[in-house]
Design a protein around this ligand. Sequence first.
Ligand code: PGA
Length: 271
Amino acid sequence: MKKLLVVANWKMNPQSEAEALELFAKTFQAAKNCPEIDIAVAPPFPFLASIAKRWNFRPEGFHGKTNLHLAAQDVFWERAGAYTGEVSPLMEKELGVSYVITGHSERRRLLGETDAMVNKKLRAAFEFGVAPILCIGEDARQSREIPEIVGEELRASAKDIPPLFLESLIIAYEPVWAIGSGTPDSPADMQQAAIFIRKTLAEMYGEGCGQRAQILYGGSVTSQNALAFIEETDGEVGGLLVGKDALSDDFPAILERLARARRGEESRNLS
Ligand code: PGA
């Protein structure tokens, strides 16, 4: 069974370096007790650098072997040059960053990031050895059917990926209406979304790619609903992308629940 991946997307929080270091220390403690799960923390860039230095992250990972990883919230597609305000995948790699979120809906909507830009970022991240987490999701859902826009976003954002990298595709399905709204998707609909994503990937790159992709759910995840997305989706969901709750004391509870379930100690129905 593939390890679950839980991504803590801090977005533009917290407000100071001291708070960021404290939050990371808490997450570190929680991660230590949950070796069954991979955890990737995505702080804002200035704090990403402070955490990487303070905790001695290396390009090859945190002391080379742990379940706690650093993630970036964005990346640019060139290695260096006249690109004001941008951060290259090489810079992230040097800091010890293992993952990068690409195409988050907040960037697509507030900053006009297009599928073509997301695609360039995704391919650059792969090329420089930082694993991209591709976010897709619809603004609104009229019926229980997964809207075709999700397929279009996926096709355009994940096109032309060299075969070498297809093994390690990570797709985060985050319905925009579920993000920060307190109204998560249902596990049943998430399962349908995951099947839809696998089918689309299979059409693009073959059955194997569709089967192997790691699919995460994101949107108002809390310790109350986290386990259901893993346990009630028939193995389709391989992890979670957590925003607001990653800043709170609820985050260790999410990790603990998932880890205990992996150890066979807790099932949602018994908790
Ligand atoms: P949320 O954010 O958990 O606050 O809904 C998720 C995300 O945007 O990645």
